[in-house]
Design a protein around this ligand. Sequence first.
Ligand SMILES: Cc1cc2nc3c(=O)[nH]c(=O)nc-3n(C[C@H](O)[C@H](O)[C@H](O)COP(=O)(O)O)c2cc1C
Length: 215
Amino acid sequence: MANAEKTLSQAIMGRRATPSFDGTPIPAADLLRILDAGLRAPSGYNMQPWRFVVVQSPEQKRRLRGASYNQAKVEEASAVIVACGDTDGWRKDLDLMLQRGRSGGMPESYADQARSSVPNFFSSFNSEQMKGWLNKHVMVAFTHMLLMAEVMGYDTAPMEGFEQDKVHEVLKLPLSYWVVALLGIGHVRGSDKYDGGRFDMGHTVFWEEYGRQMK
Ligand SMILES: Cc1cc2nc3c(=O)[nH]c(=O)nc-3n(C[C@H](O)[C@H](O)[C@H](O)COP(=O)(O)O)c2cc1C
């Protein structure tokens, strides 16, 4: 069971990338709630190009660890959500997106326009551009899930340390899938990691134009 819920602000301020998990099982209802938070993320044209594979079984977590530079937390986590993007998603899902949109009130004029503008937009992408576009979108959904899990009292570990080909093989992913990141969820074992700190706003935020600091 997760602990009492935190506010979003508490979750953001108190989160750490979890170094090690205790492996206690996560209730299915909690996992579904976390996944649902991801699916509610915004996306360009509402194309929802993300795809997730939830890994919970000990055997599959062990295999996934082998595809993730042997990171122990992949095997220790209660669940690992493997966040992917589908490079062909826009082709497969355009009609579905329009159908859902129209039942929610999408104007017919917008639907008509999207029928041509969406294929025009995506068909000009080369493979690198598509991966960049997918990374952007999948990470929005990923962050929704990470924060929902933290709000629910879970600890999380985002991971980019994996080998694309090996994860493909372990999960039997279609060729059109691009693996973006892994999200370990569970309860921290032992103490949390040190706080690495953050750069001051003056270092990373500009006002009105590059280089200008807040008055
Ligand atoms: C997209 C992403 C990928 C990451 N990949 C890994 C990883 O593969 N292994 C790991 O131990 N930590 C990984 N981290 C965790 C970072 O090292 C950690 O977030 C950073 O050091 C700051 O620490 P904090 O999150 O506890 O503040 C990743 C974080 C992000 C956002």
